[in-house]
Design a binder for this molecule. Structure first.
Ligand code: SF4
Ligand code: SF4
Length: 256
């Protein structure tokens, strides 16, 4: 489950745990200052402190690590080094090895952001490399990034995966959130399998000439289906660094 983490208190965490949800992804959009400028409340107040405190508190109810907590840190050219502060905060709060941080690049969709502030996948690989080098020095960091054969790209083209907005409307893709034309139902009603619901799920990269000829199709499955709708490719990082990833995996196996 992906959540903004703001209401992840003891009561809600226990509902999640008892529902047998075994993983939650929480996102921070940078250090406290930048995050609060991007992820503020309706009244303008910040959300960083509360989300981070929830991450600290969860450990009291998740002592056996029944629910895997991953922390996505969104980066672009304006907050490139913020992950270092967040990693430091995790360490200071004894969350090392309990919360799994990773970095992801911000992309400009729906005219919500400036393309010029975003990294390309190729540019972002260098930043990921630096992140991984820092994390490798941390013995609690469990990272083994061996490419896996996948059947779909993301939650959007996956059966029984839903994005739910604030009034309960359902979507396949989180980039469509709030665009009611793209909603195929509401969580309060019976969920119908409609053509709109199936539209993303039927996404088939083997029908695309470039993807079909691409050697990494089985570990990419055509990239983001939302991006493909506008005839762009969002190629997987493995297209650029598969060799290095495989070498890293061998080194990891040898050492562990
Ligand atoms: S890396 Fe690019 S071309 Fe290759 S399968 Fe993925 S999206 Fe298609
Ligand atoms: S289709 Fe793209 S934007 Fe939508 S959820 Fe999947 S990866 Fe994210």
């Amino acid at each position: 489950m992906v959540s903004n983490g703001y209401l992840l208190n003891e009561k809600n965490f226990n509902i999640i745990k008892n529902s047998k949800i075994n993983g939650i992804q929480i996102t921070l959009d940078g250090n406290e200052n930048i995050h609060n400028k991007r992820r503020f409340l309706k009244n303008g107040g910040g959300t960083f402190k509360k989300i981070f405190q929830n991450l600290v508190d969860i450990q009291k109810y998740n002592s056996k690590n029944e629910v895997n907590i991953s922390l996505r840190i969104n980066l672009d050219k304006t907050n490139l080094n913020d992950y270092k502060e967040i990693i430091k905060l995790l360490k200071e709060n004894n969350l090392d090895g309990l919360i799994n941080p990773y970095i992801a690049r911000v992309q400009s969709h729906n005219d919500c952001y400036k393309d010029s502030d975003c990294f390309t996948e190729e540019e972002f690989i260098k930043i990921k490399k630096e992140f991984e080098q820092i994390m490798e020095q941390n013995k609690n960091y469990k990272k083994f990034d061996y490419p896996k054969r996948i059947n779909n790209f993301c939650g959007c083209d996956f059966y029984n995966s839903f994005v739910i907005d604030a009034d309960g409307s359902l979507y396949n893709c989180w980039n469509d959130l709030g665009n009611k034309e793209m909603s195929f139902g509401n969580i309060k009603d019976k969920i119908e399998i409609t053509p709109k619901y199936l539209n993303y799920i039927m996404n088939d990269p083997t029908q695309d000439k470039s993807c079909c000829e691409c050697k990494i199709l089985p570990i990419c499955m055509g990239g983001c289906p939302f991006t493909r709708k506008s005839n762009k490719y969002n190629c997987n990082e493995y297209k650029y660094n598969l060799n290095q990833k495989l070498i890293n995996s061998v080194i990891y196996l040898k050492n562990n």
